[in-house]
Design a protein around this ligand. Sequence first.
Ligand code: UD1
Length: 458
Amino acid sequence: MSSVATIKREFIPPHLEVKGGHPLSGVLKVSGAKNSALVLMAAALLTKETLLIKNVPQLTDIEVMSEILLNLGAKVAKRSNSIEINSTSIHNAELPYKLVHSLRASFFCIGPLLTRLGEAKIPLPGGCNIGARPIDEHINGLKALGAEVEINKDVVKAQVLTKNKRLRGTNITLKYPSVGATETILMASCLALGKTTISNAAREPEIQDLAKMLNSMGAKVYGAGTKKIKIIGVEALKGTSHSVIPDRIEAGTFLIAAAITRSPIIVGPLIPNHLSAVISKLQECGCSISHHGNHHLKITPRDISGVDITTSPFPGFPTDLQAPFMSLMATAKGSSKIKEKVFEKRMQHVFELNKMGACIYLEKDTAHIKGVKELIGSHVAGGDLRSSAAIILACLSAKGNSIFTGLEHLDRGYEKLEEKLTNAGSIISREFDHTRSRSSFPNKTISEDNINTQKKAA
Ligand code: UD1
């Protein structure tokens, strides 16, 4: 009886429990791309007709975007992975801070609102967990198209003051190929008067997906996927039905999951060209990857060795897979270097991985990694979406059990992750029990050892 009295209970929020060391097998199914779906939903504001978007992942970010569209006066009907949006009667040009704050992508509404209503008032989305995220390129682009934009008390107020309330086509050169700014300018220029060119445009597949949907709505967009996009403004856009491209970041995460658990699996549907940089790094570090039909890849990991990566805009290695790839390198033979060149503060996973026994030393934007034989199950927390994915991959490969907290980040961008992983053989479950006995916690002392190993890696 006395032993029962000594067990301490500790509060933990909803979390995942992962039993590490179980191989994966079979197929990991890839959902529609979150980053595409979000911008396509905003683009629905450009037409008074109904838009049907298919293959939309069920995620909290998508929920928030739906709420934003409803708030603006649109009608939104969801049916499992499809969303029907009708924006005939949008009346509100102002987005509430609460919604903008929880979804940075809400800023995508600025271009369509300006075009439809001649004005938009959106609080600054601000920085976030991966560092400062300025919007100067979005604003400069809208100004170049003839919008009056002022930022007052952290609210961006944009207006079209011309008589006909239409933006004017122009030539815009981006200082950096920003994905978001390219999308903002693309949406704003579709219904502008005359021709717009975007030079140094981002080339990400999500931009090609947006252009494809806009063209099927009647827009005239040429060159999406290249550095120069040309848009000829049209008078109106119509409704359409469009299926979102597969999520290349989720697909990449699954390929890395196979590699880190040293399991041969099939991943898809996906578009291999969207993953060229990732596939070539996985091959370089010791995975054999082959086509399995037209839309799936089979990955067979062998001995994994350390390879260096530097993140860069598409078609370079995606910043969104930097963290998951670091988990893999933490368990590779030999050393590697990972440089983050897109976002300034995207290394939150380093501390958690070291807690699990990894040997990573961070120097400014570069992580120096010395591979270890195995990671150890621990109590770990995700600080942003992609670092959460990285940590879960580490938990899958670790020896022993892990508890992962940070579901609010994970659920933003990975649809039914634990269900998919469980179907492929992982032992992972979502727990809502807020208190657990201290004795059932994974070993937490590893972090102390790692303060020493980090120094050694340096
Ligand atoms: C999008 C993706 C995100 C991905 C990123 C880079 C969505 C919803 N999110 O984010 O998952 O990690 O692309 O592939 O699609 N910048 C400026 N000024 C600007 C805009 C951006 O300096 O006006 C800088 C940013 O601070 C960052 C870099 O450009 O350093 C890349 O940002 P950007 O390409 O715009 O990323 P997002 O569109 O925010």
